[in-house]
Design a protein around this ligand. Structure first.
Ligand code: SAH
Length: 373
């Protein structure tokens, strides 16, 4: 098949260009020194992008003219583009962001008093197939690049007029399945020349990719949340299928190791409360036994329904009874307030536009219209 020579050139040219938001401070320094300029200009470049929100290299007035020209010629800026914003009555806002290849992901900001928590996505879709999650039903397309992850923070900072005070990697995707890009993006979040977030204010949520929990411990000290949802393998196999690969007897030691050596660290366990499935007192007792000896906080999340799901939310009293039983054992337990559910921005309700490559969506009811390729 013949392609138009010009369009082929454009595509190749863009693909080979460095996308500036993919770079952390060190990446910017290396880029600039590689072009023959002093490293401090790289720090300046990084600060322009993330602190000042300026991505037009012409406007970076303290960079040498010759460097600006090189950047214009040899780099690009492919930040996700907001194409829709939905505000909810409780102040929650959900953005639909379109990526350079037309895929879409969602980002949610949740204000609470003087804090604003931003919930960001790490992948287009998700490959883990948790049975109670809307994102899972869409299947999986690809990992987000570091620039597409931090780009969500970049965008929210501009839209909200201030950087979020907390970030949770609890949007679409499994962050530990996109390890390098997620670690780079989390580094940018913490950088003084960028968003200045302390490691305590960044929470990575994982369904339990055990080897990468160990890897994460070596490179980052952010807070870890683990989607537990069941305290025995038989039930967890059904709810969180990655459990078949990394069962509880592998997951728990990894989590223990993650918080070892620092008395202030603890694991946040997420536990979605599904009516009649995992919300009985016997489940609570099993959970207490399982978590014994691990510094823990339990976060109960009432199941958020979505079209096509057969699960039901546990009744409020059941959640309270369960929570009190856990509290009685000395484990701290809270119930997550459902925020933004009228705009489908609550946990497990995020869906973008995903061209499924995992073929999982075949035979499922689509949650959103599939797009033409
Ligand atoms: N893949 C990561 C992060 C994304 S999900 C993980 O599994 O941790 C963020 C949290 O929302 C997880 O705890 C997930 O299990 C939970 N969740 C998913 N679907 C949900 C639903 N329908 N109702 C309530 N919580 C849900």
């Amino acid at each position: 098949m013949r392609t138009h020579p010009l369009s082929a050139r454009i595509v190749t040219a863009t693909a080979s260009k460095t996308d500036l938001p993919d770079l952390d401070r060190k990446g910017c320094e290396d880029l600039v020194t590689g072009m023959g300029f002093k490293g401090f200009h790289g720090r300046s470049l990084f600060k322009w992008i993330h602190k000042h929100g300026v991505v037009d290299c012409e406007a970076m007035t303290d960079l040498p003219k010759a460097l600006r020209r090189r950047l214009l010629d040899e780099t690009c800026v492919r930040l996700p583009r907001p194409i829709a914003v939905q505000p909810a009555a409780d102040g929650t806002r959900k953005w639909v962001l379109e990526l350079a290849d037309g895929q879409r992901v969602e980002t949610v900001s949740i204000p609470e008093g003087c804090r604003t928590t931003l919930c960001i996505s790490s992948q287009v879709g998700c490959s883990l197939a948790c049975s109670f999650c809307a994102t899972a039903r869409q299947g999986f397309n690809r990992n987000l690049a570091a620039g597409e992850i931090i780009g969500q923070v970049w965008h929210a900072t501009r839209a909200l007029g201030a950087a979020p005070t907390n970030i949770v990697l609890m949007g679409m995707g499994e962050p530990l399945a996109n390890f390098d890009a997620v670690v780079t993006a989390m580094g940018i979040m913490q950088d003084d020349l960028a968003y200045m977030l302390s490691k305590h204010r960044i929470t990575l949520s994982t369904s339990g990719l055990v080897p990468n929990i160990y890897r994460l411990r070596k490179v980052s000290e952010v807070a870890l949340a683990v989607s537990l949802h069941a305290a025995d393998n038989a039930l967890r196999d059904r709810l969180v299928p990655i459990n078949r690969k990394y069962p509880l007897e592998a997951l728990l030691p990894a989590c223990k190791a993650f918080v070892a050596g620092d008395k202030r660290r603890r694991i946040t366990w997420e536990y979605v409360m599904i009516d009649g499935v995992n919300d009985q007192i016997t489940h609570a007792k099993r959970l207490i036994r399982l978590l014994e000896g691990i510094p823990s906080k339990l976060n109960l999340i009432p199941f958020n329904p979505f079209p096509g799901s057969d699960f039901r939310t546990s009744p409020r009293e059941q959640v309270e009874t369960f929570r009190r039983r856990i509290l009685g054992s000395g484990i701290m337990a809270t119930t997550r307030k459902t925020r933004g559910d009228e705009i489908a921005a609550a946990c497990g309700q995020l869906v973008g536009r995903v061209r499924d490559r995992s073929r999982r969506t075949a035979g499922w009811q689509p949650v959103v219209e599939a797009t033409a390729p």
